[in-house]
Design a protein around this ligand. Structure first.
Ligand code: LLP
Length: 421
């Protein structure tokens, strides 16, 4: 059954129209494409995560890559969340809302030296190391700065999370993390280095995962390895189980059983040989279903085969359908009673891959009508581009009846600002 609140808990229908909290989306009719976030919805997901893990000493790190807008980071900071980052740019964003990086972890397979230095200088909580070479680089930089680097090592527990191949990260052939065998050598090396402090262990098995078992399998394998470390005299203080929790994009998707995952993880940790603090790094789960993108139908075009709704938002604004053939639910702003038709909802970009939805059943719309594209909070603005020299969209944050602009629409000058003539 279709329940639009699954895609935005703070959605209301009034006068047959979709509202976000108390704001009529028609307010933005001349500003499309636009991203509209809801503070109530963000708080809804923050509380869901807090509640799920309330029975264990858990720290939540919001994965900045899902959506890095500093106004959103501020909301997560105020909720006492830390940040999971993967670049100097993301570290810089965090430093716009926090004094230092004491609540931030730094992951990524290819960190540059200047990035590692920046993280250490700003007192990063832990650098999550992904190879032996990187470990040695971290050691050298720490030594140069005369600062002990707290580190964790990302292991590859080799489990199949059964998700899109682009976002499975713990298969044997994956570039992420290291095997337990290699990790052991790395921990042994780190232990005898004055400027390295092995503090934790980390895995992240992929994204948009709906099954609990792959997480538990990864946890069990990793805890067994933590026991081996203990026998070698290495005691850790945290285990980071990554993010990857699935979110509902389509009426057919399940709801991710977060409480089940949390309870199973907590049970395992409570039974473990010694106390390990739990870290989690959700991105999508916290932000995907807190935002919609509003777009206008510019033209309706029919040929013998198809009907196209040609919109003012394209793959540069809303890349997931083109990139992953991802389904995002789309509804007319006016919940009309028209009969349904099957259409391709496409953008204006010069590529056949530029679509928001293919062969989609939708209540018949007219030109100039507005469409609400759901689940637009995660990996949407953060992956948006200027392709076709299009201006990246405006973002607003709704709090009850208040509208706060959190990112201006780009202007033409922004397009060539960095070009040297
Ligand atoms: N931690 C690490 C180390 C990660 O690599 C990721 C995501 C996360 C946490 C957060 O995962 P989440 O909870 O958001 O699933 N662009 C793709 C998703 C790529 C995810 C990359 N890593 C998409 O649009 O589906």
């Amino acid at each position: 059954m279709l329940n639009l609140k699954d895609f935005l808990p703070s959605l209301r229908i009034k006068d047959n129209k979709i509202f976000v909290e108390s704001v009529d989306l028609e307010t933005f009719k001349d500003e499309t494409p636009i991203f509209v976030y809801s503070k109530e919805a963000i708080n809804f997901y923050i509380n869901k995560v807090k509640n799920a893990f309330k029975n264990y000493d858990t720290k939540v790190f919001y994965a900045v890559k899902a959506n890095p807008n500093i106004n959103l980071l501020k909301i997560f900071r105020d909720a006492d969340f830390g940040f999971d980052t993967v670049s100097k740019g993301e570290l810089f964003r965090v430093l716009n809302v926090e004094k230092n990086l004491k609540n931030t972890i730094f992951s990524g397979v290819g960190k540059r030296k200047d990035e590692i230095e920046y993280a250490l200088k700003n007192n990063i909580l832990a650098i999550n190391v992904e190879s032996f070479s990187e470990l040695k680089t971290v050691k050298n930089i720490a030594e140069k700065l005369k600062k002990v680097a707290d580190i964790s090592i990302r292991v590859n527990p080799e489990v199949n999370p059964k998700t899109h191949p682009y976002i499975s990260t713990a298969l044997k052939k994956s570039k992420f993390g290291v095997s337990f065998k290699e990790a052991l050598e790395m921990y042994m090396y780190a232990r005898q280095e004055k400027f390295l402090n092995p503090l934790g262990i980390h895995f992240h098995i992929g994204s948009q995962i709906f099954e609990v078992e792959p997480f538990i399998e990864a946890l069990e394998k990793t805890l067994n390895f933590v026991k081996v470390l203990k026998e070698k005299g290495i005691t850790l203080s945290f285990i980071d189980i990554g993010g990857g929790w699935g979110v509902k994009y389509s009426p057919k998707d399940k709801v991710f059983p977060l409480e089940v995952l949390a309870n199973k993880v907590i049970e395992k940790l409570k039974k473990f040989d010694y106390f390990l603090k739990l870290f989690v790094e959700p991105g999508r789960y916290l932000i995907a279903n807190t935002c919609i993108m509003l777009t206008k139908i510019l033209y309706i075009k029919k040929n013998e085969e198809k009907t196209f709704y040609i919109c003012d938002a394209g793959m540069n604004d809303f890349p997931r359908p083109s990139l992953y053939k991802a389904y995002h639910h789309i509804e007319p702003l006016y919940q009309n009673k028209n009969e349904e038709e099957i259409v391709d909802i496409v953008g204006p970009i010069c590529e056949s891959g530029d679509f928001l939805a293919l062969d989609r059943k939708i209540k018949k719309c007219r030109e100039e009508e507005l469409l609400v594209c759901f689940s637009a909070g995660a990996y949407t603005m953060s992956m948006a581009s200027n392709y076709n020299s299009r201006l990246r969209a405006k973002e607003v944050l709704i709090d009850k009846d208040k509208i706060k602009v959190i990112r201006e629409r780009e202007n033409l000058e922004d397009l060539i600002r960095k070009e040297i003539f």
